[in-house]
Write a protein that binds this ligand. Sequence first.
Ligand code: ADP
Length: 546
Amino acid sequence: MESTMMDYPLTVPHILERAGRYFPKVEIVSRLPDKSMHRTTYREFYRRSRALAETLRKAGLNQGDRVATLMWNHYVHLEAYFGIPAAGGVLHTLNLRLHPNDLEYIVNNAEDRFLIIDDVLLPVLEGFRSRVNFERIFVVNHSGAPLAAGLESYADLIAGATGEFAYPKIDEREAAGMCYTSGTTGRPRGVVYSHRSTVLHSYNCVLASTMRVSASDVILPVVPMFHANAWGVPYAAAIMGAGLVFPGPYLDGESVLELFEREQVTFSAGVPTVWLAVLQLLEQEASRWRLAPGLRLAVGGSAAPESLIRAFDRFGITVLHAWGMTETSPVATIASLKPHLERLPEDQRYAYRAKQGYAAPFVDLRVVGDDGKEVAPDGKSMGEIQVRGPYITAGYFKMEPTAEKFTADGWLRTGDVATIDEEGYIKITDRTKDLIKSGGEWISSVDLENAIMGHPAVAEAAVIAIPDPKWDERPLAVIVLKPGAQATPQDIETHLAGKFAKWWLPDQYVFTDSIPRTSTGKFLKTALRDQYGKRGPGAAAATKVA
Ligand code: ADP
């Protein structure tokens, strides 16, 4: 029997209309490249996003055509998030930290027709421009300097709008956006989001048991808008009418804290490396900033150490630990505590909050062992996380789905290794490629890192596998100490002893000034493996006595 319900498509223009109609006075604040502050409202955002949609159509954009962006987080990028899909186009966010060869590959693979770019990022474009075919390049000209030949002004483009614009008819299954995975192994792969997946994902993000976004929030996405849709934050904010604060290119702890205070931010999102920097500043002099009460931080992209969650609590700041990937739109699980877990003793509560949480609505999740069967939900047995759902990718752009990435029964193989407990909370122990195999047993680099970062002298830590003739692989810890702090390898080892089986403890501890980052701000373990991976066991003595 058919229902009597309307067949109403779930599309991005609906979110835009809603924001313009119900939240016109809500503010959108951006820090621009010259550090000046730009203030606007949803009213203006609504007008300009529609102007972008109208003028893109007039410029010849057809349904399904890709428009690339190369921008920091600010109000124009927000307009692109809405205006491009509203024109029936596909927003393709380019990661400005990628190598020019990767950008060239990605732009050609996606067949991007137009580009919207920050003037300060023109040097990035120059690195690959001659090898791609943008038909038109629109520059957000923050500085006002004259534009070189072949470049057009974004402001002039949208100034050509009449306001007489009707959205094209959009099927909810049509593409709205695309984003490439970072390609740490092999070529970057294109994930294409539909209007429907974007709406359902954004809707999931606002729920009380997930990120709890509401009209009372002022949200600062530190996570770049080129990284998996800034975790859905721009769309989630517009659905609920939350204020937005964009940090522009300034993502250091000092700048973030300053904006938190100035705009009384209530919710933010970013990778752990950002929060480790913020935390260090707070620990040095918390009274410098008067932050909004009840500030929440969504932390994901890599594991949030329990020590980080505990430390932020001491400043009245709540960490919400989430897990996902570009392929999952990205928010797939979140570690909000079920009410009966809130009543557990403190240590157990923190242990739960340090897990990656349970699946968001409509995300099916299973953890599958080497034997192809789901592992026991005992919080100990490890297996690969596999997911499916309406905002999980079923393939990659212009690529045949492979058995390495998808199971025969249609689930995405995430390559993340985890345990799952009887409450359904997963705990990531590693990415498949980062696991350390010692004497035939797995050692979790994530668990070791998080414990090391719990040492009061440690700012950052990453643990990698190094080859070992006897055990196959052994762990090596790379550690950055807090400014002025001191610790010896023995101190770290004493700190770890008792928390782990003896054979888990790193063979070597290397102290360094900084740990290299990936293009999305995570610790770059491939670089560490290149740098330290060739060390044999003989190096141990030298580094242990630092
Ligand atoms: P990349 O890291 O390759 O740039 P993504 O941003 O899509 O690409 O990263 C997805 C991966 O990040 C996941 O597969 C997982 O390994 C890791 N990740 C994301 N969130 C968490 C988390 N909360 N804890 C541990 N690992 C995480």
